[in-house]
Each structure stands twice: as C-alpha cells, then as structure tokens.
Write a protein that binds this ligand. Structure first.
Ligand SMILES: [Zn+2]
Length: 151
C-alpha cells in the first residue's frame, strides 16, 4: 500500500487552516437579513383597463419581501427601486452567510471526528471538582442543566 507523504488534505491541521480561512470570510459579510423577494403581477382592478384581460401581463410588477417571524409570514413592499436593490443585496448577503455557516458546521464536524481524545484533558482536576461542588451547592443542587458543557 502506498502512503502519502505530502500533507493529507484531510489532516487535522489542514482542516483547521481551512476553518481559519472560512472564519475570515465571515468578516467580509455585509449587511444581511433573511427573507425572499418575489415579483407580484399587479392588476389595478378597473374592468376597462388592459390588465383586466386574461393574457395581459398586468402593470409593473410589485416586489415583495416575505419572511417568517414567529410562525407568521411578514410582507414588506418596496416604494422605489433603490429600496428594492438595497433589500436584494441584504438578502443575497444572508444567503452567503447561510452557505458559510453550513460550510463551517461541516468543517467542524470533520475536525471533531479527527480530533484525538488524548488532546483533551481526562476528567476533572481537583480544583475543578471543588469549584463544581461549590457551584452546584450554590445553585441548589438540582439545576444541573446549567452545566451543558459537562459529560
Ligand atoms: Zn390596470
């Protein structure tokens, strides 16, 4: 079996370097916000207008941004093209943020899988145990949930 002597693309240090680069990309993100922008064909409702005909494209489309807030859809419309263009940029930036976040999680999962257990400190030190006992007593003993880092 042939062994690769060059640094493996999957090595922990290579993955960590990728992660650093990725984190730097987060710093380059501009204003961002969630939502999706859709164009809605506008029909004025006057029966004599051309837009009342079946195959008419209607008036200038209206652009809307919709997003979910606490389970409800919130709609925003844009009074002029400049506000639409601004929103388009912000929404596009949010997509970029989501993509970067997904990459960051995937990368971290691979790092976690490769991180050897030996690098972690085994068990609690005496000082930590003492501090833990004191904190638990202070919290009334039953609120172990606050120690999410445990296990
Ligand atoms: Zn019309």
């Amino acid at each position: 079996m042939l062994r690769q002597e060059v640094p493996m693309p999957d090595s922990l240090s290579a993955l960590e370097a990728d992660r650093s680069k990725l984190l730097e990309e987060f710093l380059g993100l501009g204003d961002l916000r969630p939502g999706s922008i859709t164009a809605v064909v506008r029909r004025c409702g006057k029966p004599t207008c051309h837009c009342a005909k079946a195959n008419d494209p209607g008036h200038d489309p209206q652009f809307r941004l919709t997003r979910r807030v606490a389970g409800k859809t919130v709609t925003e419309s844009f009074p002029h093209p400049a506000t639409l263009r601004k929103a388009q940029k912000e929404v596009a930036e949010f997509r970029r943020f989501q993509k970067l976040s997904a990459e960051l999680v995937t990368l971290n999962e691979r790092i976690c899988a490769r991180r050897p257990v030996e690098q972690e400190r085994g068990g609690w030190t005496e000082a930590e145990k003492k501090r833990l006992r004191l904190s638990i007593r202070k919290w009334g003993g039953n609120r172990g949930k606050s120690w999410g880092a445990g296990k």
